[in-house]
Design a protein around this ligand. Structure first.
Ligand code: SAM
Ligand code: SF4
Length: 332
């Protein structure tokens, strides 16, 4: 079968597909959504398991996608997750297959996910203090995340990566503590700059903790040297900690954008292609699926959807507008 690359007008080719399996979540991280949650997508709008697997198959077989990450909302609240993973693995043994999760319930499902063919997990954890965790996520579930991380490592879903967001006045004094905790457990920590993608539109440039601030805080307690491997399309700038081999990453999406090397494309839980996190337009593959389009037509629509990808997110432009969907509804 001829492979049509997901190329855009700036010479970038998307090979890394992020699939949101649900917009629902069992935490309420304050940088992501309000305490009361959001208006969830109606069930009928959400792609069913067969639709998800078909789109992933088209992406892998016809469009050159070689990496798939399931995310959300919280992917572990999707009932068919283990089956979706197994069916995705059956598409190709070579696909890099991972999930990004808040870790709740991972203790129960990590082994089943590994058996189904999942390679790795990224778990989001912003603090190792129970009270700060409760404050940031508005749920007292710190122990569940810790148990989820341990189960993921025991099931071989490694290297286990931990994603953390720092918020000024909340956990920005805890960067070194979190790194030490992760190093002791051999988890690979990556800090992510907070982006203007929260549903409440509470983000402000002054409020966010920058990569430089994160680096300065860690540098006080650790000896950080740039890791030698080239960054390529990987968003994290990696540093060796105290000479290595352990590393820490900083994803400076706002202050040092990596849009020029972006190789990502996103599929929302309701079947919309987003060629960028910050895109203001989407392409409706669900409508095509449900009116009976064949694989070739869907692949063609997907290629067209990528052509209009903007050169950058434009957060610093005066004309920047936050996308209508927030992070949890896009799939981070
Ligand atoms: N619920 C899962 C989780 O938390 O890992 C998957 C979805 S979540 C939207 C994916 C990632 O986006 C998480 O690591 C989370 O910390 C991050 N995230 C959410 N809102 C963000 C924001 N406004 N800026 C930067 N990262 C954000
Ligand atoms: Fe849920 Fe993930 Fe958003 Fe937190 S960041 S509210 S865990 S979707």
């Amino acid at each position: 079968m001829q492979v049509l690359p997901l190329a855009d007008a700036y010479g970038r080719v998307a090979t890394d597909l992020r699939v949101s399996l649900t917009d629902r979540c069992n935490l309420r991280c304050s940088y992501c959504m309000p305490a009361e949650g959001l208006d969830w997508l109606p069930n009928d709008d959400v792609l069913d398991d067969d639709e998800v697997v078909r789109l992933v198959r088209i992406a892998v077989e016809r469009l050159g996608v070689d990496e798939v990450r399931f995310t959300g909302g919280e992917p572990l609240v999707r009932r068919g997750l283990v089956d979706i993973v197994a069916r995705t693995r059956a598409i190709s043994p070579d696909l890099e297959l991972s999930i990004t999760s808040n870790g709740l319930g991972l203790a129960r499902t990590a082994q089943a996910l590994a058996d189904a063919g999942l390679d790795r997990v990224n778990v989001s954890l912003d603090t190792v203090r129970r009270d700060t965790f409760h404050e940031m996520t508005r749920r007292d579930r710190f122990d569940d995340v810790v148990a989820g991380l341990e189960a993921a490592a025991a099931a071989g879903l490694g290297p286990v990566k931990v994603n953390a967001v720092l918020m000024r006045g909340v956990n920005d004094d805890q960067a070194a503590e979190l790194l030490r905790w992760c190093l002791e457990r051999s988890y690979e920590l990556r800090f992510i700059e907070q982006m203007p993608l929260d549903a409440q539109h509470g983000w402000s440039r002054d409020g966010m903790i920058t990569a430089d601030e994160i680096f300065a805080a860690l540098d006080q307690e650790f000896d950080l040297t740039p890791a030698e491997e080239p960054r390529g399309s990987a968003p994290a700038e990696k540093f060796l900690v105290d000479g290595g081999p352990a590393t820490v990453g900083v994803i400076a999406s706002v202050t040092r954008p990596f849009c020029g090397d972006c190789d990502r494309v996103r599929l929302t839980a309701d079947g919309q292609i987003r060629n960028c996190l910050f895109a203001r337009n989407e392409s409706d593959l669900r409508a095509a699926l449900r009116r009976g389009a064949d694989d070739e037509e869907i692949a063609r629509l997907w290629v067209i959807a990528m052509r209009g990808k903007a050169p950058g997110h434009g957060i610093d432009d005066e004309t920047f507008l936050q996308p209508t969907r927030s992070m949890s509804a896009i799939g981070g």
